[in-house]
Design a binder for this molecule. Sequence first.
Ligand SMILES: [Mn+2]
Length: 314
Amino acid sequence: MYSKIIEKIEEYDKIVIHRHKNPDLDALGSQLGLKGIIEDNFEGKDVRVVGDENEYGFIGKMDDVEDAFYNEALVIVVDVAVKALVSDSRYTLAKEVMIIDHHLNKNDFGDVFCSFTEHIAVSQILTHMVMEENLLITSDTAHKLLSGIISDSGRFLYPSVNAITFKCAAFLVEKGADLQALYTRMYNEDLNFKRLKGHFINQFKTTTHNVAYMKNDKRLKNKYHVSTFAVSRGMVNQMANIEGVPIWANFTEEDDGSILCELRSKALPIVDIAKKYGGGGHALACGCTVHSWNEVDSVLDDLDTLLESEAANG
Ligand SMILES: [Mn+2]
């Protein structure tokens, strides 16, 4: 199952590992974890990691890599198979490019595409590879890989979590990953963010047919010192998982006066309403941008009417 990956690693002395832009902990955990796996199991390899850095830098740092290093090198790209999303476009300088991904989409670049869509994280793929191939793994590498499994599984919450996920997590904890240290880093919240959550939980309203919603003008983010994104995408699910609330929506004013609409539903598809206002997304999680609070009321009316007709149809 993993012979192709191992074969390619054995073939090259210089390896650069890339991943997607604005990395999450699976991108970084699998990138740095793979570096550790290669260094601890294959002799004489010079392995580098590259890409943009953000608030998840606590899991590990990137290397400075000169263009010349790519000559006769293998690039391994993890957690992304679409070239527009790859961080550091110099992967094109390599002799060969191998992708290891778990997303559903096809690749639009690369020479070798290792796709494992049954895994919830690339970090899980690599852990499984270590287990299946009896590779060595240090506690430090185990720690990095566990961060990717925890983050991409929503702390073991999402539907693709299965027995393999727990087997891999258990293996990494046995190998010395520090679960509590990860949880402290991952789930500690900024004071302002916590207070903003409280504001949402206390202030959201509901329509006649129980669409929960919040209307946030641009003063809100200034009051809590957070970004528009933190209010819009970051807060919508404060209204999720409420008994009797089938749909919830978060409306957030941008600095330019446009209003971001984040729409969510437990079971009833709502994406057609997002599309009606020029947006889109998934059936149960979608969004659009409108240009007045009157339009926001129209979106709410449409959501409410959808629930009304659904109730009438029983
Ligand atoms: Mn991932």
